[in-house]
Design a protein around this ligand. Sequence first.
Ligand SMILES: NC(=O)c1ccc[n+]([C@@H]2O[C@H](COP(=O)([O-])OP(=O)(O)OC[C@H]3O[C@@H](n4cnc5c(N)ncnc54)[C@H](O)[C@@H]3O)[C@@H](O)[C@H]2O)c1
Length: 161
Amino acid sequence: MIVNTLAGKVAMISGTGGGMGRSAALEFAAQGARVVGCDVNEKAADETVEFVREAGGEMVSLAADLTTRRATPAGRTWCSGAPHNIRAVSVSPGLIVTPATEPVMEAIGPDGIAGLVARTPAGRLGQPEDVARVAAFLASDDASYINGADIVIDGGITAVG
Ligand SMILES: NC(=O)c1ccc[n+]([C@@H]2O[C@H](COP(=O)([O-])OP(=O)(O)OC[C@H]3O[C@@H](n4cnc5c(N)ncnc54)[C@H](O)[C@@H]3O)[C@@H](O)[C@H]2O)c1
């Protein structure tokens, strides 16, 4: 269902072929953003485009390898962008169940997963949607007073040590 919280916005999302990138593409499009995705895996990224369009959203995808030699520190982006209404906000996910973490899950096995869940105040593992929903909120005008912040999305496990 399109709820239009992000109507009129264009969202550039990387890694839309899998995991959190795919989930973010679906969430941002569901909230009315036009999504420009990219992934080094063109086939997987195109699948995401199909899912988004089937759900009634707008998305195009570029095949690109985003590897760069140098990244601009978020702090610098924040300082120079603030007068132009550009905000820089990061998210720090804990362990999220995605194709990338499948080997971790297999390595720790059911007992390891149960132990991890028991130590997590949220009482469950993180899903890509947990991150995508927060990212969509941070991109919305409802978050217009949040700038230069990092949001930890880990079910509370960092807070309890
Ligand atoms: N899953 C977690 O627990 C977790 C936690 C914290 C941070 N992260 C980080 O978040 C990001 C996404 O993680 P995920 O779990 O969704 O991974 P994922 O492997 O499920 O998806 C990543 C996507 O990015 C694409 N990709 C990889 N390298 C690329 C490149 N150079 N250019 C363009 N596309 C590229 C892949 O093809 C894939 O579709 C990663 O940077 C990961 O390190 C993941």
